[in-house]
Write a protein that binds this ligand. Structure first.
Ligand SMILES: [Zn+2]
Length: 280
């Protein structure tokens, strides 16, 4: 009974964390920074820091011009979930990655450092595929503000190192060129956190379309929500974890042909940020 109760409690925490990943920006979210940006052919495009050097925040690309859309997949694994992975829970989703390859859909994977430690071969493979780019979703998947869907909180003096530790984990897994983009666990951030992370040089990446794939079992409902939400320049948040987002791969198979039929082209987040940089 005790084990059962504890299991339910753990599932709730995971549920909160994943729902948070697919939820709109938290009430504590600061206003997005202006989408002024700098383009450089040799380095990934990033936004210029906000006033006072704040970490810039990207939410979506230009609404005009190309009908482009970026599918993003959060590869969530929390620092304390190792025992559950050892017990057989799958925080990865190889079939989803395979489907994206088959459909030739470029995508951005926001990976936690802990995920890369658990699945180094998959991280390396995703990182080596020009179809994909790997960005940072923290090492621990703990919250960077208070009141973030019940996630444990990163201490203020450990925030920068948590971001850097994820890059170290990517490097150890053999990921050569992770992007300087960071997605806050739960999407929770505030002005103070943007200031704290300024030294890391990352551009924070939010989203404008919530897929609702966390714990969804109805892939049609997920697909519908995405199809109704996408506009030119949209960033869609989804998940790359079988255990907590089991309908995502099926939803992607429904979403991709529909959006292509509407004239959309799939791009990576870096391309949307680059487009914002050049005004295309
Ligand atoms: Zn997440």
């Amino acid at each position: 009974m005790i084990i059962r109760v504890r299991h339910v409690a753990a599932a709730c925490v995971l549920g909160a964390a994943l729902t948070a990943c697919g939820a709109p920006a938290a009430p504590t979210a600061a206003r997005p920074a202006p989408t002024s940006a700098s383009a450089d052919t040799s380095r990934p495009p990033t936004l210029t820091p906000g006033a006072g050097g704040l970490t810039p925040v990207f939410t979506n690309g230009p609404r005009t011009g190309d009908k482009t859309v970026a599918l993003t997949f959060d590869a969530d694994m929390t620092a304390d979930e190792g025992p559950r992975a050892a017990g057989g829970e799958h925080f990865d989703n190889p079939q989803l990655i395979s489907t994206l390859r088959t459909l030739k859909v470029p995508a951005t994977v926001f990976m936690t450092g802990r995920w890369a430690e658990e699945y180094p071969a998959e991280a390396r493979s995703i990182g080596a595929d020009p179809n994909f780019e790997i960005a940072n979703h923290s090492y621990s998947h703990y919250a960077f503000t208070g009141d973030c869907y019940g996630l444990p909180r990163v201490a203020a003096d450990r925030m920068t190192s948590d971001v850097e530790r994820a890059y170290t984990a990517f490097h150890k897994a053999g990921v050569a060129h992770p992007m300087p983009y960071f997605r806050f666990p739960g999407g929770c951030y505030d002005r103070q956190v943007l200031k704290t992370l300024a030294t890391t040089g990352v551009t924070a990446v939010q989203w404008d379309v919530v897929s609702g794939d966390a714990f969804a079992t109805d892939s049609d409902a997920v697909a519908r929500q995405v199809l109704e939400g996408v506009k030119p320049g949209s960033v869609v948040v989804m998940h790359c974890t079988r255990s907590a987002a089991p309908a995502t791969e099926r939803a992607v198979r429904a979403i991709v042909p529909e959006l292509r039929a509407k004239g959309y082209r799939f791009v990576k987040v870096s391309q949307l940020i680059g487009a914002a940089a050049t005004g295309r």
